[in-house]
Design a protein around this ligand. Structure first.
Ligand SMILES: [Zn+2]
Length: 336
């Protein structure tokens, strides 16, 4: 082979390798993490359409299984993990009809492991999606005229209260430059200052107060410890509604108010141009992932689309100057 051609072939091979390597490494991670003890990375790209289908079949099969012993429950996360396994974590080709097929097989009594397209990757996807979405569906109660009424269903909410508009776009990973250049690890929801901010899932308040980047912010950890919800740039002077570290909050509660604080080492400064909520969800499989270089944050574009009509209705209480949920729920999965 002439030298020039050899060099060209080398360049070509190098280019192909450079292009495919990240994908190879990522997929390899997905399969080998279990052997290393805990999950190191999750690509969260499940679509709103798939989540809606999985919720529909979870609820339908749950109801059917209560009245008919031959029907088995097809859980939300299991359905999503089966779809992820089929498409190698790439949901762009997954349809609601895939979810229906998985649901019918689960309801007929087949074990998820027997339905899964790969016995190697299914445990990874099940654990990954259990961590990401494990708090979405479960047991709760609502107060009715007849007393406390137990329910089973979706028990998470959009972070923006009912009746308040917001705008957003797919901004995950976009560049930003305050402090140091770093990718955007959350989802911005542009709205009016004072819009009540809702706890998406129940949990413990792990952090509140001023943060140079997030301004007035709140961090809430799910009861199973796997999810850390981050709500930032809250309102100047009056950011919170009775929030303190260690407090237990319930999904649907008003935790604070939208604002434009942050990007300042000095407290209570409005240095954000456009009022918005920065909403983030971090996955934690091991305590080393909380603050280190190996943090896992979810892409919340499809996630917030799924929740855009799942809003907590609120009312204003003149005496306290705060907003409260009109129909508070009681989370029945709170640990003792
Ligand atoms: Zn943001």
């Amino acid at each position: 082979m002439p030298k020039k051609l050899r060099i060209r072939v080398c360049y070509l091979l190098a280019a192909v390798l450079l292009i495919t390597l990240p994908t190879l490494v990522r997929r390899r991670d997905a399969v080998t993490v279990a052997a290393e003890g805990y999950i190191k990375w999750v690509d969260f790209d499940v679509t709103a359409e798939v989540m809606r289908a999985a919720l529909k079949y979870d609820l339908e099969s749950y109801e059917a299984s209560r009245t008919d012993d031959t029907v088995k429950h097809a859980p939300f996360v299991t359905l999503i993990a089966l779809a992820a396994t089929k498409y190698g974590g790439d949901f762009s080709r997954c349809k609601a009809s895939d979810i229906q097929t998985f649901a019918e097989r689960l309801m007929a009594g087949e074990a998820p492991e027997d339905i899964a397209a790969s016995s190697k990757t299914f445990p990874y996807f099940l654990e990954a999606y259990e961590a990401a979405l494990g708090g979405f569906v479960g047991n709760y109660a609502v107060q009715t005229d007849a007393g406390l009424s137990k329910r089973y269903g979706l028990k998470v909410f959009s972070p923006i209260a009912a009746g308040y508009s917001y705008s957003d776009y797919d901004d995950f990973g976009a560049a930003r430059s305050y402090g140091y250049r770093r990718p955007h690890l959350g989802h911005d929801m542009m709205g009016s200052v004072g819009t009540p901010i809702i706890a998406v899932e129940s949990g413990y308040v792990e952090a509140c107060g001023w943060n140079q980047y997030g301004g007035w912010r709140i961090g809430i950890r799910s009861f199973d410890g796997k999810r850390y919800y981050y709500y930032a740039h809250l309102r100047k002077d009056h950011p919170y509604n009775d929030i303190y570290e260690g407090k237990i909050v319930t999904a649907g509660e008003v935790i604070g108010y939208l604002g434009m604080t942050g990007y300042s080492a000095k407290e209570n400064v409005n240095n954000i141009d456009t009022p918005h909520l920065h909403f983030g969800v971090q996955l934690i499989f091991d305590s080393s992932q909380k603050d280190g270089w190996n943090q896992i944050w979810l892409d919340l574009w499809e996630y917030t689309r799924f929740l855009q009509n799942v809003r907590s209705a609120v009312y204003y209480d003149k005496e306290s100057g705060e907003f409260y949920p009109k129909n508070p729920i009681l989370d029945l999965d709170i640990p003792d």
